[in-house]
Design a protein around this ligand. Sequence first.
Ligand code: HMG
Length: 381
Amino acid sequence: MKIGISKISFFVPKYYLSLATLAEARGADPLKYTNGLLQNKMAVAPINQDIVSMAANAASNILTEEDKKDIDLVLFATESGIDHSKAAATNLAQLLNLKSEIRAIELKQACYSATIALYFAKGHILQNPNSKVLVVGSDIARYGLETDGEPTQGAGAVAMLITKKPKILVLENTYAFNTSNIYDFWRPVTMDYALVDGHFSNEQYKAFFKTTFEKYQEKSGLTLADFKAMTFHIPYTKIGLRSLQTIAKLSTHPELFKNFEYSTTYNKEVGNIYTGSLYLSLISLLENGKLKSKDRIGMFSYGSGAVAEFFSGILVPGYKKHLVKDIHKQILKNRQKLTFNAYAKMLTDIPKNDVLVEYEDDQTFQLVEISDYERKYMKKA
Ligand code: HMG
């Protein structure tokens, strides 16, 4: 049975910081960010957008009433959890008006967990061929003011509907994976901001890519020539490019480099969205690139700590018809640029108990209140 992605969409908050503004405030050369990291902007979440509201906004871009009836499993991937016990998937299921006869769970392993969610979704559909699975990756990447990681922050969510006979991408059955207990990036439970050993994390990312891609080739019998595009987890664009350069040369594989550009067009404008980052890159490739049906896309997922996986998908004939490019263009176009001071306030304004949040006048799902540690959300009718 062919199983894979039938629908896919992202949501990002409506505020961003230009990395040129950040460079000016930090006395850094702006070229370090735009050419050194290959990033232009980063999305910043206001107090009324958390992982649940962003996931609801991404999912509501794609789900029909019929999908909602057929979904019986919600897999919520995040490393920005809002509760140690209760899964954000339960809040999400209610906001989306899903039926109660579903399973809803949250998954954690840094930026990797949306990838295992896809694998679990496949297993579920193999046993229940008529069901549909909603997979979301939703995160707010915060390193804090004046930290090394500051230019690599971001916020956003990706939602995917996984079904049999997929309309966009068939997930192939070869997976190469690797786990090692390292401290390259982590966030202890009492901390609002991540800890990171930046240069060590870069080295680990590249080493895991080498190991998993070699293993994938050994297991599948495929080689680089079998791929039309390679997509990566994109904490910042340069690391994806540097990883691609370890397996391909621009002179011999120009198509892979052109497709890498398409696959990072959105990421450059959004920054790191952790669990959703690889899938934002996939959306960017599909919506901006010129791939044809039956083309194979490689996907490298990395979650610090660390678990990595290389896997692949084959494009379905007519896949373009099932993308929601116009919605995404609109989301990016409608964003507002922040001044440096507004960014600094928004980044540090993390919702705590007993807050009432001013509702913003637009159509998106928003967090409006936390009282007695219960979160309430609203969407304007
Ligand atoms: P840094 O020390 O600020 O920057 O750290 P750098 O000195 O390493 O320079 C970065 C690049 O800019 C280099 O390019 C420089 O040459 C260039 P490269 O050599 O790599 O091609 N550069 C310039 N270019 C033009 N003009 C200039 C200039 N100056 C320098 N004037 C770092 C950068 C990314 C380490 C830091 O921002 C950081 O710690 N970020 C957070 C950690 C991170 O993103 N790690 C990535 C791998 S781990 C991962 O992906 C997992 C993660 O998503 C978490 C999860 O899994 O949940 C993070």
